[in-house]
Each structure stands twice: as C-alpha cells, then as structure tokens.
Write a new protein. Structure first.
Length: 336
C-alpha cells in the first residue's frame, strides 16, 4: 500500500533517509513545510521535485496520512501534538524531546493511542549492528558483561544552525547524541536500564554558554551488564568521517569490536572484529542488510503488524536520555 506523506520541519539532513525510503516504497510526498531556514528544504525539493508549502494545513487538505519531521528539537513535540490532533502518524529525527515536561507530553500522546510515533533510531538497521545482534543472540559471545560505545563527532560550527548551540532548543549533548546508545543497549542485551551516572564538560565555545562538548555515562542494565558511553564534538575537520564511532562488547565467551565508520588503516566501511574461546581474533563477514528498513518497520506498526521498534522502546530510550541529562555532573572550564 502506498502512502501520501509530508514534511513538517526540515532542519537536519537526517530526514532524507525517511524521504528516500518512503519514495522507494511508492509513497508520494505532498510537500515540505519549513518556514524558518528553508535552505535544506530547497535542496531536497530540487533533488526530488517536492514542492515547498507555506502552511502545514496543506497536509490536512491533501489527505496526507504520515508526517516526517526534523524540526528544531524543542519544537518536535508541538509537531507530534499537531499530528495527533489531525490524525497523522509521524516519524521524527532524534531527539524528539529536550526535557522531562516534553517527555510527559509525549507519553500522553502514546497513552491516548490515536497515532503511531516513530523515531529515526537508525543504528538498529545497520549491517554491522544487525550482525552483532545475531552473534549475541546465537550465544557466540556468551553472557554479555560489558558494552562500551565511543561516539566522537565533528562539530564544523560554521555549518550548524544557531539553535544547535542552545541547550533550550537543542537539548544538549546527552539528549542529542546518547539516544542511539541507550537504544542500542536495550536492543543488544534485551535488558532494561536501571541506573545511570553521567558527566558533561565544556572546553570550547565560550560564546555559547549552554553548549557542552564532552559527555560520558556509566550504565547498569537489569541483568548485570555494565556499559560505558562517551560522546564529544572534537573530531578534527580533516577526519575521513564525521565520527570514528566504535562499539566494544565483552562476553563470558568472547569479545567483539565494531568500527562503524571503518578505519583508514584497514578499510573505510563498517568493520566487525571478533574473538572467542574457540576462534582467534579476525575480521568477521557482515550479514546482508536486515529484511526490513526503519521506514518499512514503521509502516508495519501503522498497519497493526509486529514491528522491531515500539512505542515502549522509544519512551524508555528517551527517558534514559532525560535522566542522564538531569543528573549529570557538570564541569565548565570558563567558570573555574
């Protein structure tokens, strides 16, 4: 079944994956609504021949059933509630909320149950993550005792909107970047998050006093797996990738490492290395892509079929980011 969809808010290129996947599924895009900074919207319009519209009510009149949004982070909950009022399902770029009050508003939408809400938790659908998940589920690594995720990012400040540097509008480093990590912890282990200790530090950009550039968290999972999470905005501009992101998994029977952006010393592309009690350290072949991509999974949920990502997955992941942000110990070099 094909769907008509529209884009309500177009501030980040992440929304392109949703647009591309919807079009590949035979969907038709009625338009892109972005009143504040339409540069990206214009690029996407030119690329796909999608009209720009000056009022979201066009999506009501045009019988659109699904909305996609990469609006400014603290405005996404308003888009969700607009969609609920008009009976539109909605897929959003992360993060969906920036504080606890917005989380409560999102939970209220979930509780009323009139629409389906999706989030671009794209990491679950990467070949390397999918391969790792199959290895864990097959018991190759034994009982998972530790997971470490390192997610350094390239800032390139000249390319960023002003709202990126605002805690109020963006949500901050922990909420913006750790959402994928908390989601993967639950996905890979099948456990719930039971305790979080987090830290944030500010070393750069005194002109943006609420912008923090480095963060870490220690996490306890419900069945005893320990996790260490790290993210920053310090990847140098000449890097071959926007971030040399890596996952390290330790189990009672083996260990694995994922280099999500590859490694110039080996090859550029997702890499998976594994060692077990029975097999030496070696590069592992990645499985084919999952049968379902993120947008197909969302459509299944809309149609009442079983899906990989559920509302519970979304709310538990977002709750973890909010808790990490609220409880973080903070260091600001400019306030010493």
């Amino acid at each position: 079944m094909s769907y008509r969809f529209g884009i309500y808010g177009c501030q980040h290129g992440h929304i392109l994956s949703f647009i591309d996947q919807m079009l590949a599924l035979g969907g038709t895009c009625s338009g892109i609504y972005e009143p504040d900074s339409p540069g990206l919207a214009q690029q996407i319009s030119d690329r796909h021949g999608i009209p720009l519209v000056d009022n979201p009510d066009v999506f009501i009149e045009d019988r659109v059933s699904i909305i996609g949004s990469s609006a400014i982070n603290n405005r996404k909950i308003d888009v969700v509630e607009w969609c609920e009022r008009h009976g539109k399902h909605v897929m959003l770029d992360k993060p969906v909320v920036t504080n606890r009050k917005q989380l409560e508003r999102l939970e209220a939408v979930f509780d009323r149950g009139t629409i389906q809400v999706g989030v671009l938790l794209t990491e679950r659908f990467r070949r390397s993550i999918f391969t790792l998940k199959q290895s864990i589920d097959a018991g190759q690594l034994g009982r998972i005792v530790s997971i470490t995720m390192r997610k350094p990012h390239r800032l390139s400040p000249a390319s960023r909107h002003a709202w990126h540097f605002s805690k109020e509008e963006n949500g901050g480093l922990l909420i913006d970047l750790f959402i994928h990590d908390f989601d993967l912890l639950r996905f890979l282990t099948g456990q719930e998050i039971t305790a979080i200790q987090s830290q944030m530090a500010k070393h750069i950009a005194p002109e943006h006093p609420t912008f923090f550039d480095t963060a870490s968290a220690q996490v306890m999972m419900s069945d005893g797996t320990l996790a260490q999470l790290y993210a920053d905005w310090h990847t140098p501009d000449p890097s071959w990738t926007w971030g040399d992101c890596r996952l390290f998994i330790t189990g009672t029977e083996g260990c694995a490492e994922l280099r999500l952006s590859g490694d110039p010393a080996v090859e550029v592309g997702e890499l998976y290395f594994q060692i077990t009690r029975d097999k030496p350290f070696a590069k592992a072949e990645l499985l084919p892509d999952p049968d379902t991509n993120l947008t197909q999974d969302f459509i299944r949920r809309i149609e009442g079929r079983t899906s990989i990502i559920t509302h519970r997955d979304i709310v538990e992941t977002i709750r973890a980011t909010v808790l990490a942000d609220e409880s973080a110990l903070v260091f600001d070099i400019f306030k010493r």
